[in-house]
Design a protein around this ligand. Structure first.
Ligand code: PAF
Length: 281
């Protein structure tokens, strides 16, 4: 497995693979890899001749008040996981390699970024779209793999690729959970033992909401109310949002008459966790 820190190094390697007619899968990550990331890499390895995993904690998608400095990092462990999963190349640039001192071009998006995480983190998706666009230009993938855990991010990237006529297929992959239901996340590492137990209200609320929709309830308000009640049963939980939106456009929509995304963001202590499910009528 190749480890590459420079943009030019990745471009050179990718061009060599392309000239041999090999297909390329890209798995963009911020590192501290877990089973969720591994499932993306496994899928990419099964569908492409070569797989590039980027490990880059992208500073421009964090607001000044957020956890950029404390975001967990363990590059050696990340490399071991990538090697075991049979990735071909790990791209691990530093911030200066990705952003020149006078960097001034950003990819911004209306509509799809306005609700859910975009409302709580107004500059977040501009940072995500910009870095993902750069990673596409660097790795030139045929396919790129994103987890449904960040469902709004997946919808945003699909929209960016459609709107800007990008030549890459976006593959969404299912949420991977711990045995007790908690969605895997690098940020779970912030939780104390007590908070880790309290964090189960997220998946409990998600499972309850899904069960209600599957039983035929189509009133979104009723479902969201029940979910909020479950979350607030923990004194450590503070709701950022509990919402139902149209899955493709991320517009608020409380009637289940089209594919919907039910998404939640909840603070457990100081840690903000997200979870969701998609329901197709
Ligand atoms: O989902 C993430 O880890 C990040 O938002 C991404 C897509 C790697 C961009 O930095």
């Amino acid at each position: 497995m190749i480890i590459e820190n420079t943009v030019e190094g990745v471009k050179r390697q990718v061009k060599a693979w392309k000239s041999e007619g090999l297909s390329i899968g890209l798995v963009p990550t911020m590192g501290y890899l877990h089973e969720g990331h591994k499932s993306l890499i496994d899928r990419a390895v099964s569908e492409n001749d070569r797989v590039v995993v980027s490990v880059f904690v992208n500073p421009i998608q964090f607001a000044p008040t957020e956890d950029l400095e404390s975001y967990p990092r363990d590059f050696d462990a990340d490399c071991r996981l990538c090697e075991d999963a049979k990735a071909s190349l790990v791209f691990h640039p530093d911030a200066d390699e990705m952003y020149d001192g006078d960097f001034s071009t950003f990819v911004d998006m209306d509509n799809v970024t306005k609700e859910l995480c975009g409302k709580s983190r107004p500059t977040h998706f501009r940072g995500v779209c910009t870095v993902v666009n750069k990673l596409f230009n660097i790795a030139m993938p045929d396919r790129a793999y994103f987890g449904q855990k960040d469902a709004q991010q997946l919808a945003v990237i699909r929209r960016m690729v459609r709107d800007l006529n990008m030549n890459v297929e976006i593959v969404g992959c299912p949420i991977i959970r711990e045995a007790d239901g908690l969605a895997k996340s690098s940020r779970n590492t912030y939780l104390s033992d007590e908070e880790r137990k309290a964090a189960l209200v997220l998946s409990k609320a998600i499972f309850k909401g899904k069960e209600m929709l599957e039983s035929g309830i189509s009133d979104g308000e009723e479902v969201l109310e029940q979910m909020k009640e479950i979350i607030l049963s923990s004194p450590l939980a503070k709701i950022d949002y509990v919402e139902m939106v149209k899955w493709d456009s991320i517009e608020i929509h409380h009637t289940v008459d089209c594919p919907v995304l039910v998404a939640i963001a909840v603070y457990i202590g100081r840690t903000r966790l997200i979870d969701n499910f998609i329901f197709e009528v």
